[in-house]
Design a protein around this ligand. Structure first.
Ligand SMILES: [Ca+2]
Length: 182
């Protein structure tokens, strides 16, 4: 298990006892390790890193803000989805708060009467340690219409604080929810 995997698991542990310097409630390293292994085996590492984090997008159509893709609500109707104005190279991004290993990015696509799922035909997933160091995690060429979920696993181990989804063609970018996993 690499450093970043451990760091992610540590975020799931109670850090209050770990940080207790009084000696009354401190937990030794073996206990912490056991707790981390337990959480790992029961699958609690599968917590989205992006939910309720800060998000933004290049342009915004009406009230379809970037935060709608990280509000924890995966409903696939338009009022719950982001929507850019459809400018060239529109993108959406989320700040995970610090650097993580990014393994998988799952998108909840629009699946409403609009039949707008094809707007995700031609997107690139990027991960950046800084806002100037983007690297490609993967891409999706389509077809997106009729597909509720579009899941991408990065083609190699990637580390970053920022995850960006960028359009490869000029069309509105609409995301109902984005889940980023380590
Ligand atoms: Ca949402």
């Amino acid at each position: 298990m690499n450093f970043w995997r451990l760091a992610t698991l540590c975020e799931l542990c109670s850090t209050s006892a770990i940080n207790d310097t009084s000696g009354q409630g401190s937990v030794d390293e073996k206990a912490i390790g056991s707790l981390m292994r337990y959480k790992y085996f029961v699958g609690l590492s599968n917590v989205s890193l992006s939910t309720h984090k800060l998000a933004k997008q290049t342009t915004e159509f009406l009230t379809h803000s970037a935060s709608l893709a990280v509000d924890g609500n995966p409903n696939s109707v338009d009022t719950n989805c982001t929507h850019t104005a459809g400018e060239p190279n529109d993108w959406w991004m989320v700040d995970l708060g610090r650097v993580f290993q990014v393994t998988t990015v799952n998108i909840i696509n629009r699946l409403d009467e609009c039949n707008c799922g094809d707007r995700l035909d031609g997107i690139i997933y990027e991960v950046g340690i800084t806002l100037d160091s983007w690297e490609e995690c993967g891409r999706f060429d389509g077809p997106g219409i009729g597909r509720l979920e579009i899941n991408i696993t990065c083609h190699r181990a990637m580390y970053g604080r920022y995850v960006r989804i960028r359009k490869l063609n000029q069309n509105a970018l609409s995301l109902c929810e984005v889940f980023v996993y380590s």
